[in-house]
Design a protein. Structure first.
Length: 622
């Protein structure tokens, strides 16, 4: 180090010891302690100093070396240390309590704080600046220390990763799972110097031994195989690595601790005894959060597994589990694959995540349950026409001509109201003629009776009666020339207002009249729904013109008459209204729904398609 200030040099013996400790350090703690001793030797003004490094959990910095001793209390330097870490630069401040100087200097490696020198000293400020400069120049040794440590760690990790990848390449060399397990167990035995390696796979929460190193076949009933299976299940239940070693005899406290460790794992203790091994290590094969198998290794001749073996084996197990799962999935049958996917979906459904999918599935399940279990009233819908219960025709009473029209379709008429009149002029002329002839025959009859001419009396009397009959007939025609309504009702059809003077034949239909408040409901029911209807069922009708007044009706009659409309067949069903609306008129149309009983929602929604499918299959199947 450069001597930049006038300081009192330490005695040669102390300096030599510090240099010897610094140069011959075998650990980072000794190296940092020697470095602090050299710094304190150059600056007697230092009261205390420490070197801090990041803790294992990365949450704070802890001292790795302290001067003048390990028990040095440095809590009072906490604020200056925090400031130096926060600002990543050297900090110098004077304490308010005793006026001493507090200083902290971070050690940076690639802009990252890997350590920090904290110290407390007394003296003038220029001396404190000199100490900071000395720490700055001397921190190169510390930077070199941490760089070498990181290089060594990277080298070890690279070697470990290379070994893991080589072992994984051996596992990927074969396509069959059993061959993969056998080759991997042999490779692990050679790489880790194990006496025996076994691999077990989990199936329905039970671990079964699938492969032994150097053993192509083995009996599952052998004691050693049963001992391995029990140890694997113990590691499977613990879901973590288990390391058990036989303690050497006569080591006192160490042997007692080894026995206590073995006692915590009775299956591994039994395996140690059965195999005569010196150490057993079991490492679960975790695929995600699920344990799919266990690796179990044993060593003999007093050998044991070290931390490097643990780290290597856990890294390999993390990758090897995916290889096993991929091979198992490739060799799984279609039925087992379907069962696996079902279990996987159920696990995802019952797990803590996928809330949206869970809500959607729960909603779908609730919907299906409602469709399959809930029953509601099923109603058959049909187009409906209102007809009068009785319809009477007003026809032409004789041949003639239309003389006048007083009503037309849609008019409401009263009983006896004249609807139209035929031209009666010819009838009146004929009536006058027959009346004249009647009078003549009456006079002749009187004369014959006066002369006592019996023959003339008989002949003239017959002619008189004929004339009276013809006169009566003409009078009846005149009386029927006015077409009148037979009862109170509404004119359903007929409009003669545009046919005045048109000749009509005897019996020609001129008007149709339906009575008021006496209607018949005609339902046109689809042939696919007619099987559900029977007389006596109830329903409701909504007419287009008065949609706000639903009217109840009862089914009265099912007819076997079918009509074709729009490529479909409909049957005529008659029903009677319980109470008709005053605004209801014959000829109105609407939609009627007949309640046919309770049905499940699923049947209501799908029965039309089901019926169509049955007919289609019946048509196409041989």
């Amino acid at each position: 180090m450069n001597d930049r200030t006038e300081t009192v040099r330490p005695p040669a013996a102390e300096a030599g010891d510090a240099w010897a400790r610094f140069v011959g350090a075998r650990s980072a703690e000794d190296f940092c302690a020697g470095w602090l001793a050299l710094l304190a030797g150059r600056f007697p003004a230092l009261r205390a100093a420490a070197f801090l490094v990041e803790s294992a959990d990365g949450q704070n910095f802890v001292p790795i070396a302290a001067w003048p001793g390990a028990a040095t209390e440095l809590a009072r330097l906490g604020e200056v240390v925090e400031q130096a870490l926060r600002e990543q630069r050297g900090v110098l401040r004077r304490a308010e309590a005793d006026g001493a100087w507090q200083l902290a200097y971070p050690v940076l490696l690639e802009r990252r704080v890997v350590g920090l020198v904290a110290a407390e000293a007394a003296g003038p400020e220029p001396l404190m600046q000199a100490i900071l400069r000395e720490i700055h120049w001397g921190s190169a040794w510390l930077v070199d220390l941490f760089a070498r440590r990181e290089l060594e760690a990277a080298t070890r990790q690279r070697a470990q990763l290379g070994g893991v990848l080589e072992a994984l390449a051996v596992a990927l060399r074969h396509g069959k799972l059993q061959q993969v397990l056998f080759e991997t167990s042999n490779d692990l035995r050679q790489r880790l110097g194990a006496a025996r390696v076994a691999i077990g796979l989990a199936d329905e929460a039970t671990v079964k031994v699938k492969a032994f190193s150097e053993a192509a076949t083995f009996e599952s009933r052998m004691p050693i195989v049963k001992a391995y299976a029990a140890a694997m299940e113990e590691a499977y239940d613990g879901n973590g690595p288990i390391h058990v070693a036989a303690a050497p005899a006569g080591e006192g406290q160490g042997a007692a601790e080894g026995d206590a460790a073995v006692a915590r794992h009775p299956a591994h203790r039994a395996l140690l005894a059965e195999a005569g091994a010196s150490a057993v290590l079991s490492c679960p094969l975790l695929h995600g959060l699920r344990c799919i198998g266990v690796l179990t290794l044993e060593k003999a001749d007093g050998q044991d597994f070290g931390p490097a073996d643990h780290a290597w084996l856990q890294a390999f197990a993390a990758l090897f589990a995916a290889v096993i799962e991929q091979r198992r999935a490739a060799e799984r049958s279609s039925l087992r694959r379907l069962a696996h996917e079902c279990r996987k979906g159920l696990a995802a459904l019952m797990g803590p995540r996928h809330l949206v999918w869970k809500a959607a599935i729960a909603l779908a399940a609730l919907t299906v349950a409602i469709l399959l279990l809930v029953e509601i009233d099923y109603r058959v819908s049909a187009k409906t026409v209102i007809e009068g219960e009785v319809q009477q025709v007003v026809a032409a009473p004789f041949e003639g001509f239309i003389g006048a029209s007083f009503a037309r379709a849609g008019d409401t008429v009263r009983q006896g109201q004249e609807l139209a009149r035929l031209d009666d002029r010819d009838l009146r002329v004929e009536q006058a003629r027959w009346r004249s002839e009647r009078d003549q025959y009456d006079n002749k009859l009187r004369e014959a009776m006066a002369t006592h001419d019996l023959t003339a009396v008989q002949v003239v009397g017959a002619q008189l009666r004929q004339a009276e009959a013809q006169l009566a007939l003409v009078g009846e025609k005149l009386a029927r020339a006015g077409l009148k309504a037979p009862y109170d009702g509404v004119v359903v059809s007929g409009d003669l207002s545009q046919q005045i003077g048109t000749p009509v034949e005897l019996g020609k239909k001129l008007f149709e009249i339906a009575p008021l408040q006496s209607y018949r409901v005609i339902l046109q029911v689809d042939e696919r729904e007619i099987r559900h209807l029977q007389p006596g069922q109830h329903g409701k009708l909504v007419v287009t013109g008065i949609a706000g007044e639903p009217m109840a009706f009862d089914v009265a009659k099912l007819t076997s008459v079918a009509t074709a409309q729009d490529g479909r067949n409909f049957f005529r069903v008659e029903a009677r209204l319980r109470q008709a609306s005053p605004r209801l008129r014959p000829g109105m149309e609407g939609v009627g729904k007949v309640e046919v009983g309770q049905r499940r929602l699923w049947w209501i929604l799908t029965h039309s398609f089901t019926d169509w499918l049955r007919i289609t299959l019946w048509t196409w199947l041989p």
